[in-house]
Design a protein around this ligand. Structure first.
Ligand SMILES: Cc1cc2nc3c(=O)[nH]c(=O)nc-3n(C[C@H](O)[C@H](O)[C@H](O)COP(=O)(O)OP(=O)(O)OC[C@H]3O[C@@H](n4cnc5c(N)ncnc54)[C@H](O)[C@@H]3O)c2cc1C
Length: 291
């Protein structure tokens, strides 16, 4: 199918973009990489009367490290997570996750922020944002606000972004010193959305406790979910069966939907396997390199 007719605007500044958003409100749709929006238009699942293309707004294509973490502008492509060694070093979890997103062609246009704004519950970058505790800077003529990932992702394809708001950047904390990260998933074919995906961080405090170690899972419901090891086994250090027990607990706690790709039980089995394996891999990447 062809998209329904729409007008096209390509603002050259954030201010101009916000003017357009406040003028058109729900009639408008922002376009970043277009990799999710264009299929929705073609299927007529979205019928905005105006497309606001943010690709000519200067400054949004930059990322930087500040005292608070890494700030990634709304036009930074997913491909940068593969190609830019400096960026990869700042967010090792996302650098590992990006290989699972679509294909080189989609990653070359698709943006990091656009993926999060689309809020597909199986999207790899949503899992990363929830696990790492990302925050989003939203701008509109009514003011700026910063929203945590937990508040940002409301439901499948639904975020806290208001109709007149632009997500200007996502903010990610710097890697935890000495921590190990891993990302893995199972999908029917490489490049397909994941049936289940799992991001892991393993970290120890000065006493060797694993409390802040955590996992986040995607593809298991309407949004990604995070589980902290310290909530399951407070004060645990290196117990032989700890990761296996925690993985079983996570798999029993989630309520994955069944669809034509996988049953609820199959998704639970995948979750248990991926969580245990992911924690083992992340533990092997910690500074001490052991569980
Ligand atoms: C063949 C194919 C395979 C794919 N496989 C995967 C996959 O395995 N995993 C995966 O996660 N994704 C996958 N995708 C989706 C892809 O990664 C998209 O890049 C991503 O979902 C959206 O990013 P985008 O920059 O293209 O956003 P767009 O398509 O431009 O926008 C998506 C939505 O976000 C909104 N939006 C975008 N930027 C902003 C902003 N700054 N502020 C407010 N709202 C904004 C838009 O209005 C729109 O509603 C695939 C796509 C294709 C075509």
């Amino acid at each position: 199918m062809k998209p329904a007719p729409f007008s096209y605007a390509a603002p050259h500044s954030v201010e101009e973009c916000l003017d357009l958003l406040s003028r058109y409100g729900t009639d408008a749709k922002l376009m970043a990489g277009g990799q999710s929006l264009m299929p929705l238009l073609s299927l007529r699942m979205a019928r905005p009367s105006v497309i606001i293309d943010i690709n000519r707004i200067p400054g949004l294509d930059a990322w930087e490290v500040t005292g608070e973490g890494v700030r990634i502008g709304a036009r930074v492509r997913q491909r940068s997570l593969e190609r830019d060694r400096a960026l990869r070093a700042e967010i090792p979890l996302m650098a590992e996750a990006v290989q699972f997103i679509g294909h080189p062609a989609t990653r070359s246009r698709g943006t990091i922020v656009g993926s999060m704004c689309h809020a597909d519950p199986a999207a790899e970058l949503q899992v990363c944002a929830i696990l790492l505790g990302a925050a989003f800077r939203l701008r509109s003529h009514s003011g700026d606000r910063v929203v945590s990932a937990e508040e940002f992702f409301l439901d499948a394809l639904t975020t806290a972004v208001g109709e007149e708001e632009l997500v200007e950047e996502v903010r990610l904390p710097l890697p935890v010193v000495g921590a190990g990260y891993s990302f893995s998933e199972v999908s029917r074919r490489h490049g397909d959305f994941a049936m289940v995906s799992v991001g892991c961080i393993v970290t120890r405090d000065a006493q060797g406790r694993l409390d802040e170690s955590a996992v986040a899972l995607g593809g298991i419901g309407s949004r990604a979910q995070r589980f902290r090891l310290g909530d399951y086994a407070p004060g645990a250090t290196a117990v032989p069966a700890l990761f296996a027990d925690f993985a079983r607990h996570v798999a029993e706690t989630i309520e994955p939907d069944a669809d034509l790709h996988a049953s609820t039980e199959y998704r639970r089995a995948l979750a248990a396997h991926l969580v245990q394996q992911g924690l083992d891999v992340a533990a092997s990447r910690t500074e001490s390199g052991a569980q």
